[in-house]
Write a protein that binds this ligand. Structure first.
Ligand code: FO1
Length: 328
């Protein structure tokens, strides 16, 4: 069984970790894992250069989470982290106090940058880094070309998404999101095949605008999602009118979409109507939206979707597979 997940950072990583736990029960490989093949296509629009190294927040969150090294209280970064290097860099007046690299995290960025400078693509560098973590998934960047999400602020300035998100906590009024480099970008090797040849394609509760939205914006990706033989199931990133973490509501408002589970479904759209989804899973807190969506032709279900721990995330994955079973 081949499953493909389009993922941003924390939400997609936690969902995928739950999916793997469920698959290990349902399709065990006898060694605690699963015979199912899971491919994760990661958003790289948050990537940035800092201190001369290439930082890939979503790839790293996925790698650390699925590799068992993530700082669970944050959902990103390494466990048992220290900050000796970034503290000392500050004495040189370099870097930002609002976005710092831990010492262990820095090893990842140094390794990635070394591999890139040897001429490896981001995909090849990611394969190399992932081997150390014995990842139970194939981890693909959405593209080997640099695509960076920026925010156009009210005064027409472009601010890198990470600055807008981390430094300003999305408080700078945003006119729109701009994926710098998008037009010349191609899907990374294996991305289109992973979508076209999947038995199940999942859009997890990642940021629908700047994470999943950016992956779908890579030339050629949306068309393959629309055409894949795989059922495409989405999980709402909004619960009871609010994002579980971060400022997705502000991102949605920027593109004129309400911070409601049903509104995000409609934003993605049903494939029968030129959208990208076949089914939508929302939280029990939003069960009142089910009849309306069903009346529009959606296959929709309500289930607990808060991924507080791995069993809870496995429950979300189970609800997704139950929706897959209900598709014609
Ligand atoms: N988030 C923060 O709120 N503060 C930070 O200093 C910070 C540093 C950082 C370094 C590397 C990295 O991969 C992620 C980091 N993040 C930090 C998290 C980052 O903002 C999130 O992973 C992205 O928002 C995901 O899109």
């Amino acid at each position: 069984m081949k499953l493909t997940v389009l993922s941003g950072g924390v939400g997609g990583a936690r969902f995928t970790r739950g999916l793997l736990a469920l698959l290990a029960q349902r399709l065990p490989d006898g060694a605690g894992g699963t015979t199912a093949q899971v491919t994760v296509i990661a958003n790289t629009g948050d990537d940035l250069w800092l201190h001369g190294v290439r930082v890939c927040p979503d790839l790293d969150t996925l790698m650390y989470t699925l590799g068992g090294a993530v700082e669970e209280s944050q959902g990103w970064g390494r466990r048992d982290e220290s900050r000796r290097v970034s503290d000392d860099l500050a004495h040189y007046g370099l870097g930002w106090e609002w976005f710092t690299l831990g010492d262990l995290d820095l090893a990842t960025h140094l390794a990635r940058t070394e591999l890139l400078r040897q001429g490896l693509t981001l995909s090849a560098a990611t394969v190399h880094l992932a081997q150390r973590w014995h990842l139970p998934v194939r981890l693909l960047p959405m593209s080997d070309d640099a695509v960076e999400t920026h925010v156009e602020t009210a005064d027409g300035q472009l601010v890198h998404f990470e600055e807008w998100w981390v430094r300003w906590r999305a408080s700078l009024p945003a006119r729109r999101f701009v994926q710098v480099g998008l037009n010349g970008a191609s899907p990374a090797p294996g991305v289109l095949e992973a979508i076209a040849e999947a038995d199940v394609l999942v859009v997890p509760p990642s940021n629908a605008v700047v994470s999943v939205g950016t992956i779908l914006a890579i030339p050629g990706v949306r068309e393959v999602v629309a055409a894949t033989g795989a059922p495409v199931v989405g999980v709402s990133p909004i619960i009871a009118g609010a994002p579980v973490r971060g400022m997705l509501d502000t991102c949605l408002a920027t593109i004129g979409v309400a911070a409601e589970a049903a509104a995000v479904a409609r934003h993605y759209g049903r494939r029968a109507q030129g959208g990208v989804l076949d089914a939508w899973l929302l939280d029990t807190a939003d069960a009142d939206a089910v009849p309306g969506l069903a009346g529009e032709g959606w296959l929709v279900a309500a289930a607990p979707t808060l991924m507080t721990d791995v069993p809870a995330a496995a429950g979300v994955a189970e609800a997704v597979l139950r929706l897959v079973d209900r598709l014609p």
